[in-house]
Design a protein around this ligand. Structure first.
Ligand SMILES: [Zn+2]
Length: 190
């Protein structure tokens, strides 16, 4: 309790009793961490910086050395922590961005190939349709041709039958003629 109240008292006293800067602004107490004055408190103006030392005695001896060592150790730790944070935050984000870009490029390529493939497929389908239409035409022509062939065959058959009939007629008429002549000759002899 005693130490707490005394330290807070010291802070408030230093604030209250701190000198004003030449510009008229109030000063605040800050610790210096230079090689000459590690941990030594001074009054500081927000605009003009150092005004005066708050701790009258300069740091010296083993305390000064250990303060400097602690200061350097803290600085190194802060730097390594900063580097670690940058590695943690920076690298994965950029890596994932690169990955995303590659992924999007591959996606675009695939879509372009898909479009090409679909265009070729359409062409093939159109050619197939044309081919089928030509096939139908050819089949129709073949049917017509077959029908005409059948007609011709029928006509040939009819013509043959007519010829047979004609021959039979001719044969019959010749027969009749010969019979008539024979009868006439027979009549003449009698
Ligand atoms: Zn000032």
């Amino acid at each position: 309790m005693m130490s707490q109240s005394s330290s807070s008292d010291a802070n408030s006293i230093s604030r209250r009793w701190g000198p004003l800067c030449n510009c008229g602004r109030a000063t605040s107490v800050t610790k210096a961490w230079t090689n000459e004055n590690p941990g030594r408190r001074f009054f500081r103006c927000g605009v003009h910086g150092f005004i005066n030392w708050a701790d009258e005695e300069k740091p010296f001896g083993w305390q000064k050395v250990s303060l400097l060592e602690a200061r350097d150790e803290i600085r190194q730790l802060k730097e390594s922590l900063k580097a670690m944070k940058e590695q943690m935050v920076g690298l994965p984000v950029s890596a994932s961005n690169d990955h995303l870009k590659k992924h999007e490029e591959e996606k675009k390529k695939l879509e372009e190939e898909k479009k090409k493939f679909e265009a070729e497929n359409k062409k093939l389908e159109e050619e197939n349709k044309k081919f089928e239409a030509e096939k139908k035409k050819l089949e129709e022509e073949k049917k017509k041709h077959d029908e005409e062939k059948k007609k011709l065959e029928n006509e040939v058959i009819c013509a043959n039958e007519r010829e047979k009939m004609l021959r039979q007629l001719i044969v019959l008429s010749w027969g009749c003629f010969i019979v008539v002549i024979a009868m006439c000759l027979g009549m003449g002899k009698k």
